[in-house]
Ligand binder design. Sequence first.
Ligand SMILES: [Zn+2]
Ligand SMILES: [Zn+2]
Length: 359
Amino acid sequence: MSVAIEITGAIQKQAWIDKVSPPVEQVSAFVWSVAIDFRENPVRHTFCYILSNESGECLIVDPGWESDDGWDDLTAGLALAGLSMKSIVGIVSTHYHPDHLGMVGRLAQETGAWIGMHEREVHFLDSRLNSGEAMARDRDWLIRCGVAGEEAESLILTPAEIEYYRGLARPTVFLQHGDALPLPGRNIRVIATPGHTAGHLCIVDLDSEVIFTGDHVLPRITPNIGINSTGEERNALEEYYQSLDLMIEWDAFEVCPAHEYRFRGLAERSRDLKLHHQERSQEILDIASATPGLTAWQVAERLTWSRGWTALNGVNLRAALSETLSHLEYLVRTGRVSWDPDDDLRSPARVRNVLKLRR
Ligand SMILES: [Zn+2]
Ligand SMILES: [Zn+2]
């Protein structure tokens, strides 16, 4: 699939090729990007953005993974921007993932800044409050997906994973679609873009003509669109499609994603991501039609994965399953397939091809 985008973060891309950390860059008069260390993760770092004003105050978008190295990265970035911790008045996390929200707690404690997120992210964090409940719900979810025995035991959330989420910062301000972020003299807006997570946000800087897309739209990686064991019923893929459509309006803006590199061509990239998922849905429909009665797990096994199904494990395997599930839910809600049984949530659900059954 060809992607006709213009890479504006050439230094960031070169740093990726050279396997070095990209430098702090001034994106526009009042915007800086700072690469925050993301340990051994394949994406290597998260781009944290500093949005300032003429009075020397600033907002931070996505402070990144919590670590002392990351803290040093951010401190150095602020200094290069002529700012300090004292300049920070507000912190926005585009979503709850720890490579975005991780350092928010420490930063808020140090600065007293407000923390802005979408309310739906709190639902996820709440779903991890009680380890016993979270593990029981996760076990039911795995059974429902058709994962059994040792495989289920190896995939189930561990108390340590659940504990980790409990330690993440909570928002002090709920941000909604269309909200203006309070930074005097600046025109910065919130766009709700559910999909990658239920409460994912993008931020538009109308003065600099820049859009911060978090993990919603990345130049090369296709973000995971999954349904997890949170107990929240949602049509993640439908939401993602709608959120991609919202991007077309900002096509002329430079895109500042949370990973990889800056680019232009947001409408084109959004269409490409949509096409990717439409092809994925078709592949799933073909599998379901060829072999009726498969569980979500069995469908996932039969799908093509870039490094092959057997190479997946742990977190990646869960991500593959949750993405397969989001496609199946989408197909169920558009009447292409159905779950059997559709009501007993404690037994494995099998995919029936509705069109085939009716014939
Ligand atoms: Zn994410
Ligand atoms: Zn991320």
